[in-house]
Write a protein that binds this ligand. Structure first.
Ligand SMILES: [Zn+2]
Length: 257
């Protein structure tokens, strides 16, 4: 024998990708290399969403049906509606609780509820014009199901709808392509988070030798917003600026404690 070659590649050189495809094609004769899961990892959503979809495509989401099949629970019946086995489709789409949520966010067509391939259903939903709503809905339906079954808590349809639309909006904005358009000016205002106290915002900088220092502070209260602003850019150490601040405070009748 002169050398080992890997016949799955033209050059005869082994690669992890060709090895993976070879393994999959042997376990599933209908598999083609183009049937990869790369469409999942290309989705513009948080990683946890992709992982849930990947689990769903492999039918390993821990529904009661799966857990019962593995002798981990006594019953496979859906604990929300108590009417059907909790398969993955039932859990994510066909349970009355899930149907109500899908309808509430605009997915109500017969075609939406007729797909029998989980992968195709997820792939179509992830690529439709309302993909962000679909993916946010999918995430919240799974999360709400867990809250109901594991924590015994629930949310109203109104709250769920709000959460889903807000999440979809966040996803869309977070993964939106950067544009060269001039960003609109942002108004920044101080927020004391309803703290019942006075807050001192300070900043300072220094440079050169001898040191040229500047130091400023703004006192803010919930009632008056601004009590005092001071600034010092003299040729001195920043300690003198602090002393200047302190003198100014005392001028307003404050006492140090
Ligand atoms: Zn159910």
């Amino acid at each position: 024998m002169d050398a080992f070659i890997w016949p799955q590649q033209k050059q005869g050189i082994y690669s992890t990708k060709s090895g993976y495809n070879w393994l999959i094609s042997h376990s599933n004769p209908n598999f083609h290399a183009t049937d990869s899961w790369s469409w999942i990892w290309r989705l513009k959503v948080p990683e946890k969403f992709k992982f849930l979809i990947w689990l769903a495509c492999h039918n390993v989401v821990p529904t009661l049906s799966l857990l019962h099949h593995r002798n981990m629970v006594n019953s496979a019946i859906c604990s929300r509606c108590a009417a059907h086995e909790e398969s993955l489709f039932h859990c994510l789409r066909d349970c009355n609780f899930s149907i109500a949520i899908w309808n509430n966010i605009g997915f109500s067509s017969q075609a939406f509820f007729s797909s029998i391939s989980m992968t195709e259903w997820l792939r179509e939903g992830s690529s439709c014009p309302r993909s962000a709503i679909f993916l946010a809905g999918l995430w919240w339906i799974w999360r709400h199901r867990n809250n109901m079954c594991l924590n015994n808590t629930t949310l109203s349809e109104f709250q769920l709808r709000n959460n889903i639309f807000r999440l979809a909006d966040t996803i869309t904005k977070a993964f939106k392509k950067e544009t060269n358009a001039t960003p609109s000016p942002r108004l920044i205002r101080w927020n004391n988070n309803n703290c019942q106290c006075t807050i001192l915002n300070v900043d300072g900088s220094c440079s050169g030798d001898p040191i040229r220092a500047g130091f400023g502070g703004v006192f803010v209260t919930t009632r008056e917003h601004t009590l005092l602003a001071t600034r010092d850019t003299s040729l001195s150490h920043k300690t003198s600026c602090l002393l200047n601040l302190r003198r100014s405070i005392m001028g307003y009748g404050w006492q140090s404690v």
